[in-house]
Design a protein around this ligand. Structure first.
Ligand SMILES: Nc1ncnc2c1ncn2[C@@H]1O[C@H](COP(=O)(O)OP(=O)(O)OP(=O)(O)O)[C@@H](O)[C@H]1O
Ligand SMILES: [Mg+2]
Length: 148
C-alpha cells in the first residue's frame, strides 16, 4: 500500500486542484481515460461536500492491492464535521443526510442532493469511519471493476 499527497480543501479552487490530481494519478496508475475522469468526478464530489458541508478538510489518495479485486485507487475525504448519521439515506438522489429535499427547496438550494449517489455508483466501495470528532469517507475504485 503506497500513500501519496494530501490536498487541503477549503474553497472551490481546492476542489479543482484535488480533481486534477485524482485524474492524473488515475491515468498514471493505468486507468483508461473515461475511468480516470470518473475517479476525478468522485473526488470533486467528495471535495465539494467538504467545502459545502464541513467547511474544510483534506483529500488524499492511496494505491491498494486488494486480495480479491486487485489493484485500485482509494480516495479519502477527511473533515472535522460530525459523521453522516445515515449514509445510505444521504446517498439517495434528491436527499440530504436528513431525508428528501422538498421540491420547492430543490429549486432554490445549490445542489440537488445527487453527489453521494454519483460517488456510490462510480466507486466500487464507499466507507465512512469516525476520525476524532470528524470523519473520513473513503471510496475505492478498482482498475478492473467487480461485477455488481
Ligand atoms: N462531508 C460532509 N459532512 C457532513 N455532511 C455531509 C457531507 N457530505 C455530504 N453530507 C450530507 O449528505 C447529503 C447528501 O450529499 P450529496 O453530495 O449527495 O448532496 P448535496 O451535497 O446536498 O448536493 P449536490 O452534491 O447534488 O450538490 C448532504 O446534503 C449533507 O446533508
Ligand atoms: Mg454534494
Amino acid at each position: 500500500m503506497v500513500s501519496s499527497q494530501r490536498y487541503v480543501v477549503r474553497v472551490e479552487a481546492d476542489v479543482y486542484t484535488a480533481r486534477h490530481a485524482a485524474e492524473r494519478l488515475a491515468r498514471t496508475e493505468g486507468f483508461a481515460r473515461i475511468a480516470a475522469q470518473e475517479v476525478a468526478l468522485i473526488t470533486s464530489e467528495l471535495a465539494w461536500n467538504i467545502v459545502r458541508h464541513a467547511g474544510r478538510g483534506t483529500i488524499s489518495f492511496t494505491l491498494v492491492i486488494d486480495p480479491e479485486h486487485g489493484p485500485g485507487l482509494e480516495i479519502h475525504a477527511h473533515d472535522p464535521a460530525p459523521p453522516i448519521a445515515d449514509l445510505a439515506l444521504a446517498q439517495r438522489d434528491g436527499h440530504t443526510a436528513g431525508g428528501p429535499i422538498p421540491h420547492e427547496l430543490m429549486l432554490r438550494r445549490r445542489g440537488i442532493g445527487s453527489g453521494l449517489g454519483a460517488v456510490a455508483r462510480l466507486g466500487d466501495r464507499l466507507l465512512q469511519r469516525p476520525d476524532g470528532a470528524g470523519k473520513c469517507l473513503s471510496v475505492t475504485r478498482f482498475l478492473a471493476r467487480p461485477q455488481r
